[in-house]
Design a protein around this ligand. Structure first.
Ligand SMILES: [Zn+2]
Length: 483
């Protein structure tokens, strides 16, 4: 077990241990040493227990009394493995975390086995890690997110009421099937009583702003690479669902899931999509790109809709992953036991996926326009995935849909020769550098880390939605029609 990094540094504890070891090896008692240096035995004990920072002059006297050199006492090397463990145990008991637990002190006695000390140190290290992790993201948000994903999994990511709401809205504007045109999307807004206003100064913390007083929806002008219908339909979906300012993270996250779901269900209506997918399945030609092209949506929207419909209507279990070029998960869903990396509270977002998964391999492929397919042998079975890259202002993301081997037969791209082996979560798979490289470079390199912007910006301070209300109200004032 690794000990804390500063454990070999020179400190009172280490020096004390060394004095005790030298004294005992000379067969001296505390009194003997005390007499030799002109101090009380109790003061020697204080010194040996590292309870006081020793002065150099004291150390010279002690070294002389022990027939040793100052170097013997000051050597940075801790005396022995056992002494190292005892020092670490002593040190954590003096730290703030241990004292916050209100436990009685654990005296370091000979009868205390090395294993027992190692276990205490291991538990302490894990507690420290949990504290650090919890400080990074509000626990409430992470729990809410995990619960929500469990709920989505239970209903196979299929929400019948939202499908029915989408059906009703589309019928109201006379949509008869196929892609939802920009014109029909605008008519849907009119049907709901809204006028649309495209602006260049939309507050940065928003995707759209609705003025309920004047029944206006403000939308950004031509956001690079984004489907212009997306923001509009999400704004309309929010109104249809009666979304109010959420009271907590759970409501906030559920609203976001439902709003995105309804917007996607408007762009890729259930009836037409299921007909399209059922035929593709019958021909063993299922493909997310075909769904994308048939309904003129982004790859991500097509993949999202595919996960809504494929299990409920086609009986195919699957997983969905959106992964940033850095390897971290930005969105994830599974009902096929794909075993995403997760933290102690079950949260998946922000975790790094295996280097050998399709979601990361696709970044190394030169051809960014064709879909990438791959078989991956994982500890719990073989999966097949199809991945595609989309570029955004926040960088490149891969969007992947995958299924267990038994269901690959329905998909186009099943004949791919790409095959990788993934041992994750075993750290030896891809988290630890290969041993020959590590032994060559670990002592001979110092990478200067780039601070990830999300590390400090992830959590909004005032409101958990991150919306800047001052900015929004000022924006509405500026744009409101003269009354
Ligand atoms: Zn791996």
């Amino acid at each position: 077990m690794p000990l804390p990094a500063d454990d070999t540094s020179l400190d009172a504890l280490t020096i004390g241990k060394r004095i005790r070891q030298l004294r005992q090896s000379r067969g001296m008692t505390l009194e003997d040493l005390g007499t030799a240096i002109g101090r009380a035995a109790s003061q020697v004990s204080v010194l040996e227990n590292g309870k006081r920072e020793p002065r150099l002059s004291d150390l010279q006297t002690v070294a002389r009394a022990l027939g040793a050199t100052l170097d013997d006492l000051l050597s940075a090397e801790p005396p022995s493995r056992r002494a190292q463990l005892e020092i670490a145990l002593e040190r954590i008991q003096r730290g703030p975390l241990y004292s916050s637990l209100g436990l009685p002190p654990l005296p370091v006695r000979k009868s205390l086995s090395d294993e027992a000390i190692e276990t205490v140190l291991g538990l302490h290290a894990e507690l420290e890690r949990l504290h650090r992790e919890r400080a990074a993201t509000p626990e409430e948000a992470r729990r809410a997110n995990t619960e929500l994903r469990d709920q989505m999994r239970r209903q196979n990511n299929y929400f019948p009421e939202l499908e029915s709401t989408a059906r009703g809205l589309l019928a109201a504007v006379g949509h008869t099937g196929g892609p939802l045109s920009q014109r029909l999307a605008s008519e849907l807004a009119a049907h709901l009583g809204f006028t649309l206003h495209y602006v260049t100064d939309l507050p940065a913390s928003t995707r759209s702003v609705s003025d309920l007083r004047h029944k206006r929806i403000y939308l950004p002008v031509d956001k690079k690479g984004a489907d212009p219908r997306g923001s509009l339909l999400r704004a309309l979906a929010g109104h249809v669902l009666g979304a109010e300012e959420p009271n907590d993270y759970r409501e906030f996250l559920l609203q976001r899931v439902e709003t995105n779901y309804l917007a996607a269900a408007l762009m890729v209506p259930e009836a037409g999509a299921v007909e399209f997918l059922a035929e593709a399945k019958a021909n063993r030609e299922l493909s997310v790109e075909d769904l994308r092209d048939a309904f003129a949506v982004t790859y991500e929207t097509a993949a999202h809709r595919f996960t809504n419909l494929a299990t409920h209507h086609l009986g195919i279990p699957l997983h969905f992953l959106k992964v940033h070029q850095s390897g971290t998960i930005s969105k994830a869903y599974e009902n096929d036991d794909a075993k995403f990396p997760h933290d102690v509270l079950g949260a998946v977002e922000g975790q790094v996926v295996c280097r050998f998964w399709s979601a990361r391999q696709v970044f190394d492929i030169a051809d960014r326009f064709s879909p990438y397919h791959q078989y991956t042998d994982k500890p719990n079975g073989t999966y097949w995935c199809t991945s595609s890259i989309q570029s955004t202002t926040q960088g490149d993301f891969s969007v992947s849909v995958g299924t267990p081997f038994a269901h690959v037969k329905w998909f186009r791209g099943r004949d791919t020769a790409n095959r990788k082996n993934s041992g994750c979560p075993d750290p030896a798979c891809c988290r630890q550098p290969p041993a020959p490289l590590a032994s060559k470079w670990s002592e001979q390199s110092f990478p200067s880390p780039r601070l990830q912007s999300s590390l400090l910006a992830a959590v909004p301070v005032d409101t958990f939605t991150g919306v800047d209300h001052t900015e929004v109200y000022e924006f509405l004032e500026t744009h409101a029609p003269a009354s």
